[in-house]
Design a protein around this ligand. Structure first.
Ligand code: 5AD
Ligand code: SF4
Length: 444
């Protein structure tokens, strides 16, 4: 790959934080192979799109963006992640794509790019799902920021009837604990202070324990054990994780939140719907009351805890009454923030072929109503912290000059004015004003 030093690559990432993590590793591998990263697509010889297939909107955006970002300089277009994994050969219906690679194949990307550059191959497709070897290169040296992700688990065996993840990310796989701990240590040594443990379903983590002593079985660690061990790492100031399935949130986990100070008192626990009938059709394996009871117990054990959730509106057969039940659940829980989506049929999933698909205008109307309700709750939470002093990790400059934006423990966006660059720093902020999507304060 001697010639590759002159070639520049650009990465565009879509979708969840696991994709952001994968993209960081891809950038590290490309750099190690001698390619140079650029943040200007027009300056890149190689365009890499790392994609999401969870909803149709995200999947479609890739194809339009390939058209937008392609330039005279472009020599290679590689599309990776969940779209090629789900669409296999179909991906090549876009004639500009040279390489299509699934979420387990990125280790081989630098070699594939060289093959295309050298005209050794016309097109390359690699969508084999081999999760364990995928993580072999995660401890690769890379540029480290103050806040970093570490994937601990990937794939999902829950088969919610609307979700494509079990097909694109494969079976649940937990990385061995020793690998996770060593990656965390590497990141902390290079300056990270906040770590977010990632997985489709982190609560069902069950990875090989680090080797302990000769003659004893190795055994495995569950999520609570892993959290505890990671929390004890030197230099770690804040620990987060995402995402959780409600059925796997245990009392043990709630207790960890009460015991570990650096563990942010914030849990993303997607409810998806408040209607028991719809939850059953979604194959979620809980009823609304069980979900609410669990969150109430969480609050009893750890009073500081706040919640966020995901919701889907317009799932097949959803009636006005079912939707009302979702609104009821939202009002009862009082989420700090949430994401909500129109149901989007995905190929291979059982819900896509269910009868009773809901018309888009109804989905749009329900989404609008739900988002207003969620926004009302979010604004109330933002207002409730006015007058409090909260630790904030600043991650970027704000829209106006001399402004910096960061996140408090609850992931609320905190804006302050400062004449020194706060990027990458922790600061204590007295919250003075609340808006819908952010709060404003001053450093104390
Ligand atoms: N349609 C709409 N939303 C979906 N999600 C997953 N699959 C679909 C789908 N087919 C949402 C769920 C999930 C989040 C990541 O995306 O709410 O929690
Ligand atoms: Fe998809 Fe359900 Fe697994 Fe989440 S738990 S990734 S929604 S199948």
């Amino acid at each position: 790959m001697g010639h590759s030093a002159m070639y520049k690559f650009f990465i565009e990432t879509y979708g969840c934080q696991m994709n952001a993590y994968d993209s960081n590793i891809i950038a590290a591998l490309m750099t190690m192979a001698g390619f140079e990263r650029t943040y200007e697509s027009s300056d890149a010889d190689i365009l890499i799109f790392y994609t999401c297939n969870v909803r149709e909107k995200a999947a479609k955006k890739v194809f339009s963006n390939i058209g937008l970002l392609r330039s005279e300089k472009t020599k290679v277009i590689a599309v990776g992640g969940c779209v090629p994994q789900a669409e296999k050969n179909m991906i090549f219906k876009c004639k500009h794509i040279d390489i299509a690679f699934g979420p387990s194949a990125y280790r081989k990307l630098p070699a594939y790019v060289s093959k295309i550059l050298n005209d050794e191959e016309d097109r390359i497709l690699d969508v084999e799902l081999t999760q364990s070897s995928k993580f072999d290169c995660c401890n690769a040296e890379r540029t480290v920021s103050r806040s970093e992700f570490v994937t601990i688990q990937e794939g999902c065996d829950n088969y919610c009837s609307y979700c494509v993840v079990p097909y694109t990310r494969g079976k649940e796989y937990s990385r061995p604990a020793a690998d996770i701990i060593s990656e965390v240590k590497m990141l902390l040594a290079k300056g990270a202070q906040e770590i977010t443990l990632l997985g489709q379903n982190v609560n069902s983590y069950n990875g090989d324990a680090p080797y302990i002593s000769i003659g004893k079985p190795r055994g495995s660690w569950n999520f609570e054990r892993l959290l505890q061990e990671v929390a004890e790492s030197d230099g770690l100031k804040r620990l987060r994780y995402t995402t959780s399935h409600p059925k796997d949130v245990t009392v043990g986990l709630m207790k960890k939140h009460a015991q570990i100070d650096i563990l942010a008192p914030f849990a993303h626990i997607p409810a998806q719907s408040g209607s028991d009938r719809i939850l059953k059709l979604m194959n979620r394996r809980y009823v609304a009351q069980e979900y609410i009871d669990k969150l109430n117990m969480f609050r009893d054990i750890c009073p500081a805890i706040q919640f966020s959730s995901d919701f889907i509106v317009g799932f097949p057969t959803e009636t006005a009454d079912d939707f009302e039940d979702t609104l009821k659940l939202v009002r009862e829980v009082g989420y700090l923030s949430s994401y909500s989506f129109k149901y989007s049929p995905r190929s291979d999933t059982p819900a896509a072929t269910m009868s009773g698909q809901i018309h888009d205008t109804i989905k749009a109307k329900r989404l609008d109503i739900l988002q207003r309700e969620l926004m009302r709750s979010q604004t109330l939470h933002n207002e409730s912290i006015v007058g409090k002093t909260m630790e904030t990790l600043f991650d970027k400059p704000g829209k106006k000059s001399m402004q910096y934006v960061g996140k408090n423990v609850y992931m609320q966006s905190v804006i302050v004015e400062s004449d020194i660059d706060l990027t990458g720093k922790f600061g204590m902020v007295l919250i003075e004003k609340a808006f819908k999507n952010s709060v404003f304060g001053r450093l104390v």
